[in-house]
Design a binder for this molecule. Structure first.
Ligand code: 6R9
Length: 646
């Protein structure tokens, strides 16, 4: 059966920034003359001092170097704020919609500039200087954006930690970048539930003397203990601070932020992003892929704790002067029409979300969507995981009324901004495919032995050259950076994903090839979950794999071996779930825990996750090559147990 193809809507062909011919020409040019191409793209920003050098990058087996616009100087908050406030300060920058329907706030460019300036001065008063790290543990409120831009204003480096992470996960992320200042809130609100952020902070800081100051946003106004000399209310600190805060010029290669993401081994990696290249890539790609025009209202549903929000809710849109909708809550509370109601209220033109949410909303049928006028929508995006064709079609037909191109954007925390995506005025769409490379990006599929797969075919998704938004290193661990991304296929950046290229040169991401699982679009290292389980005194050993999950894309399947003499019980299962939630957070909650008297291992003792992945997927017979299993009866016993009626 041939795949459905959705052609470029006629109206977009003439109005879009990039049409089919322009894409061909510009893409070619971006590869033939990357310096000239990116020099032009970089004019999307205001530079305090123009750059003379554009690209200084090398992916050779003996040297990896990544520098963009290196001698240019700029300020990210100036680009995202002052230059828009100057001309249209009274317009809305942020349309904030709280968790509770009816709780909303409009923040103008002037308001945001004032808040950012005061906070920048308040941070300076706490001793924050250029190059210092500041951790941010906030819900999706305008103060989170103010915190990021205030850091950028004074050249400090922000580290936003997802507010759904536990105290322990927060502590690890503070310790790694050694921030002396933390910005948080009394509580968060999510689907009507209170999230004890300040309480988590107090627990996290018990063993972390490095944090000297905590600024606390009053979100719910609940009573929280304040530690004298350390904790201050955010609003009181701002009230005392001056609104006069000239943006500090920084070098293009000075860091803008660090953001932690899971890897296949060890602790989360602090991906370090710098200012100039990141902001050029974020701003230029936002404009092209969503075909942004001045006046458009943009709604990205990502939480501020993820890279999607950094690049396509905050930096990319604000650098373009876009009005953004910032939503604190969840799509299904109080009911499944919450997003549709927001789109109608704010006349949203560009909507960007994740497949997992679409799948969960599909369960409620078309009713909640149909009750709202979504005719303002023009472009819709998808990110975080492959979107299955059923979800794509539903999103396209039911939400977009068949009018709006779906921009399936493939990228990573490490890549800073998009690498593969269709451009709405330039490409026909194939549901489930992230289409073609963005400008300046050179995808390569490599076979396991490192040979290049030409034309149609599948392989390890790699990139042959750098792009401006690329992370420069893992904070404090250059070795790990080189090893993770540049050692598997020397001379290439390796994404960790597999992909297929079809007869039209469209890319189809097939998923992670390493021990990373993608749960509802959130990356988790299997090792992180295993370590959490193994920290329980009853557990001898644990192996964690992904399993197919209808809504989340992947769920978490844990095989647990208990210590001798410990009885298997449902209570123990519940304890183990709790341990994982405490050490990582609710997103890492295992969907299934199965007791395994032993785990399948090879002769050198390595756990054979490949076999467990098959079993978790319900495939009890085809275990591939089992000749490496030291003791085949171990596999048979696990299969028997997994199939027992529950
Ligand atoms: C932006 C973001 C990155 C991993 C990536 C891949 C998966 C992201 C995708 C996609 C298929 C897409 N991924 N976008 N897979 N199609 N459009 O999600 O960053 O959280 O670092 O995750 O997510 O597996 O390697 P991050």
């Amino acid at each position: 059966m041939s795949q459905p193809v959705f052609p470029v809507p006629a109206a977009l062909k003439s109005t879009a920034h990039v049409d089919a011919q322009a894409y061909q020409e510009l893409y070619r040019r971006s590869l033939d003359d990357p310096e000239g191409f990116w020099r032009e793209q970089a004019q999307i920003l205001d530079w305090a001092k123009p750059f003379t050098s554009v690209k200084n990058t090398r992916y050779s087996p003996d040297e990896v170097a990544i520098e963009w616009f290196a001698d240019g100087r700029l300020n990210a908050s100036f680009n995202c704020l002052d230059r828009h406030a100057r001309d249209r300060g009274g317009d809305a920058a942020i349309l904030w919609e709280g968790d509770t329907p009816g709780d909303s706030r409009t923040v103008t460019w002037n308001d945001l500039k004032q808040e950012v300036s005061r906070l920048a001065n308040a941070l300076k008063a706490l001793g924050v200087r250029k190059g210092d790290f500041v951790s941010v543990y906030l819900p999706v409120v305008p103060e989170a954006i103010a915190a990021m831009l205030a850091c950028a204003r004074i050249g400090a480096v922000h580290s936003v930690v997802f507010s759904g992470f536990s105290a322990q996960a927060l502590a690890g992320r503070i310790e790694d970048c050694r921030s002396r200042v933390l910005i948080t809130a009394d509580e968060g609100l999510r689907a009507g539930k209170h999230v004890p952020l300040k309480k988590n902070v107090d627990v996290a800081l018990e063993s972390l003397p490095v944090v000297e100051h905590v600024l606390v946003v009053r979100r719910t106004g609940c009573e929280v203990p304040m530690t004298a000399g350390r904790d201050r209310w955010y609003d009181e600190a701002l009230a005392e601070a001056s609104v006069d805060s000239p943006p500090v010029e920084v070098g293009a290669e000075d860091p803008l932020f660090v953001l932690y993401t899971s890897g296949s081994t060890g602790k989360p990696k602090g991906m370090l992003h710098t200012t100039g290249g990141y902001l050029v890539h974020a701003a230029a790609s936002f404009r092209a892929m969503f075909d942004y025009h001045p006046g458009d209202v943009h709604f990205c549903t990502a939480d501020v704790g993820w890279v999607t929000a950094h690049t396509y809710l905050i930096y990319g849109p604000l650098a373009n002067g876009a009005t953004i909708v910032l939503f604190e809550g969840v799509p299904t509370w109080p009911d499944a029409s919450r997003w549709w109601q927001i789109i109608e209220t704010y006349k949203v033109n560009i909507f960007y979300t994740a497949p997992t949410a679409i799948r969960s909303l599909m369960r409620d049928g078309e009713g909640p969507v149909r009750r709202h006028d979504l005719s303002s929508l023009r472009i819709m995006g998808s990110v975080g995981e492959p979107i299955n064709p059923e979800a794509w079609i539903w999103y396209h037909e039911v939400v977009g009324g068949g009018r709006c191109p779906i921009i399936d954007t493939y990228w990573q925390t490490e890549t800073g901004a998009v690498l593969l995506c269709p451009l709405p005025g330039a490409m026909d769409l194939k549901p489930g495919s992230a289409a073609k490379p963005f400008f300046g990006v050179r995808p390569v599929l490599l076979a396991g032995d490192g040979t290049i797969v030409e034309g149609e075919g599948a392989g390890n998704l790699c990139f042959a050259d750098s792009w401006p938004g690329q992370a420069r290193t893992i904070l404090g661990d250059r070795e790990r950076f080189l090893k993770t991304y540049f050692s598997t296929f020397p001379g290439y950046y390796f994404t960790g994903d597999g992909a297929r290229r079809d007869e039209d040169g469209y890319y189809w991401i097939t998923g992670r090839l390493d021990d990373v699982i993608n749960v509802s679009g959130h990356r988790l290292g299997t090792v992180e979950v295993e370590s959490a389980l193994a920290s329980h005194p009853s557990v001898a050993e644990a192996a964690v794999v992904g399993m197919p999950h209808e809504i989340k894309g992947q769920g978490i399947f844990a095989f647990v071996t208990l210590k001798d003499g410990v009885a298997e019980s449902d209570n123990l299962r519940r304890d183990l779930v709790q341990v994982v939630r405490t050490r990582i957070g609710p997103i890492a909650t295992p969907d299934r825990i199965e007791w395994a008297p032993q785990l399948p291992k090879n002769r050198s003792g390595k756990i054979l996750r490949r076999i467990l992945t098959r079993i978790a997927a319900g495939d009890y017979e085809n275990h591939g090559d089992t000749s490496t299993v030291a003791d085949p009866t171990v596999v048979a016993e696990i299969v028997r147990r997994v199939q027992l009626p529950k």
